[in-house]
Design a protein around this ligand. Structure first.
Ligand code: BG6
Ligand code: MG
Length: 218
């Protein structure tokens, strides 16, 4: 049977943690007296913690010391961790379980490819860690999405060539990273935002078993 490498982003693809990142950044921006909109938040999706804070400070025209920067990063993550500490399996996004089960039944290698340093904690909270053959996250990379590094490491760990990998992503930066890695990019979200992806679906309920079979066999 054909083997493809299936690489899943985490936040906003497997679980709805994008809303918790937004809440935590919004709280931080408020403390700094910076106005932070949903449109700006869209630009933070898939972007590392350091880069996100740099962007928020730039939007708000703020300059701060290195000590303050480190303290703000810690405080954002403490807030974020308090949100995710209550997470359960019911926060796995619709039909993610069906897609993972089908890929496992078809013996397809599966990896996580996330920018988050909290990825393993979250996978444990929702009991999905054992579904993955490889986990590549923010602790394993030196270059953030849209750089393809995270997905190229995932492909290597799955022993699958990049051109035979398929990436599921909800962020613009992530779709760009998948395209730069020469992989098939599947956007999960709105076509308007994720137009650069090879395919876009609103969510996994729109992805049929037939479509997955085609991806495996082509
Ligand atoms: C990405 C999220 O998956 O991980 C971003 O889309 C987040 O919003 C980034 O900033 C880093 O996550 P963490 O958990 O290491 O702060
Ligand atoms: Mg994401």
């Amino acid at each position: 049977m054909n083997k493809k490498g299936f690489i899943f982003d985490l936040d906003g693809v497997i679980v709805d943690t994008a809303k918790y990142h937004f809440l935590a950044w919004k709280k931080l921006a408020k403390r700094l007296d910076i106005d932070f909109t949903e449109e700006e938040n869209e630009q933070l999706k898939g972007v590392s913690r350091v880069k996100s804070l740099e962007k928020i400070l730039a939007w708000g025209n703020k300059t701060i010391s290195q000590e303050q920067f480190t303290a703000l990063m810690t405080s954002k993550n403490t807030d974020y961790l308090s949100y995710i500490s209550e997470m359960h399996e019911n926060e796995i996004l619709p039909d993610v379980q069906r897609i993972l089960d089908m890929l496992i039944a078809k013996k397809q290698p599966i990896s996580l490819g996330s920018a988050s340093k909290n990825a393993r904690t979250i996978l444990d909270r929702v009991n999905l860690r054992s579904h993955f053959n490889a986990i590549v996250d923010g602790n394993d990379v030196s270059k953030a999405k849209p750089d393809p590094e995270v997905f190229l490491i995932a492909a290597k760990q799955l022993f699958i060539k990049p051109e035979n990998c398929i990436v599921f992503e909800d962020s613009v930066a992530g779709v760009q990273a998948a395209n730069a890695a020469n992989m098939i990019s599947i956007g999960i979200g709105s076509k308007t935002v994720l137009g650069e992806a090879n395919y876009v679906f609103k969510d996994f309920t729109e992805i049929s078993d037939e479509f997955l079979k085609t991806l495996i066999n082509n």
